[in-house]
Design a binder for this molecule. Structure first.
Ligand code: OTD
Ligand code: ZN
Ligand code: ZN
Length: 349
């Protein structure tokens, strides 16, 4: 039996949702992650200090007793974001970072940014403040093929942005292409990589009929891209770090509208370590999971450790959503019904 003990990891990209779903799923993140950057694309997006404070409060209330999990909050940028609100929120530790969704690029992004140039004044202050800009990097022009949207975004939007704001601290979120892998390294950006983009390519969405379980945005790409992502994640390079992009949708909604998003938080650590094991890179796992993120964001690493062991781990077919002792819905986790080779054994002090 193989085992590995690493510093407690952090999740640098997470969707925690609200209400009953939040209460049911947060334990999957808080158990073995120290911190998480919480995405602001709630139904009513987190566009102000007040909304952010009340969202953070609901997250804290949903945490298990004595949890040390720390949510790091983000502001959802719009064409109307007020500069002073952003500055005040950042200076008072309400906002850890700002999130840029091109309008309609992904779930709950209709209030996102229509024209990136409209935010140049905001980026100027963020650059001065050292406030990180987290980007969903896809163009939304319907004429651009959905599989090309990340690459076109990099050329048309991201390149001009970094040329104009060379000191702005940027994370290109959930990268899916070999093009993004190279761009991030060459331009000193940070990038999160999800477990699902390390495991699946675009075939998964079409296997056994149209399968929305593997539909997420950005969509998984061709196999050569998956290989490039696995190489990047397991390289240990400082610019690549863990961000699950765990995005739960109730089964009834996923089945009904095929909404985008993969719920991986119940299996995220096991899913990632399996990739590192398969790539013979277990020695690089702690960098990706626990060191590179804090290094990028200038934060201390977590003090506790977790121990992982290689043993057969059957993943449940569904996670139940419970309200008032009644099952009110189900969410399918990533790897549902599969047997993974690793398990988190627990916290080690
Ligand atoms: N992608 N679904 C969601 C977010 C992410 O773009 C993302 O970060 C979601 O449901 O919030 C998804 O497919
Ligand atoms: Zn996104
Ligand atoms: Zn996301």
């Amino acid at each position: 039996m193989k085992d590995l003990t690493i510093l407690k990891p952090d999740d640098w990209h997470l969707h925690l949702r609200e209400g009953i779903v939040l209460k049911n799923i947060i334990k999957f993140s808080s158990e073995f992650f120290g911190r998480a950057i919480v995405m602001p694309n709630t139904k009513n997006p987190i566009t102000s200090i007040n909304k952010c404070i009340s969202y953070k409060k609901s997250i804290s209330e949903g945490l298990p007793e004595n949890s040390k999990f720390e949510p790091l909050m983000t502001i959802y940028l719009t064409d109307e974001t007020i500069k002073d609100e952003l500055i005040e929120g950042f200076k008072n530790d309400v906002f850890f970072a700002a999130k840029l969704y091109p309008a309609n690029a992904t779930t709950n992004s209709s209030q996102g940014v229509k024209k990136i140039e409209n935010l140049y004044e905001i980026f100027e202050v963020m650059e001065e403040l050292g406030m990180p800009l987290l980007i969903h990097g896809e163009v939304t022009d319907p004429k651009v093929d959905i599989f090309d949207r990340e690459v076109v975004f990099i050329d048309k939007e991201l390149l001009p942005l970094i040329q104009r704001f060379p000191k702005l601290k940027i994370v290109l979120e959930h990268i899916t292409t070999s093009y993004a892998v190279s761009f991030v390294q060459e331009n000193n950006l940070g990038a999160t990589i999800t477990p699902h983009h390390l495991h699946i390519n675009r075939n998964a969405m079409f296997f056994g009929g149209l399968n929305s379980d593997f539909y997420c945005l950005p969509v998984a790409k061709r196999e050569n891209n998956r290989i490039a992502l696995r190489k990047a994640a397991t390289s240990g390079k400082k610019c690549f770090f863990l961000g699950t992009d765990s995005a739960p949708h109730l089964r009834q909604w996923k089945a009904f509208c095929g909404c985008a998003g993969i719920f991986n938080s119940p299996v995220a650590i096991e899913s990632y370590i399996q990739v590192f094991d398969e790539e013979d890179s277990l020695d690089q796992f702690e960098k990706f999971a626990s060191l590179n993120g804090p290094n990028f964001y200038n934060l201390p690493v977590n003090k506790e450790k977790i121990r992982l062991v290689s043993k057969s781990n059957e993943i449940p077919k569904f996670i139940e959503v419970i309200d008032n002792n009644k099952v009110v819905g189900q969410i399918k986790p990533f790897h549902a019904g599969e047997i993974l080779n690793w398990q988190v054994e627990g916290i080690v002090n």
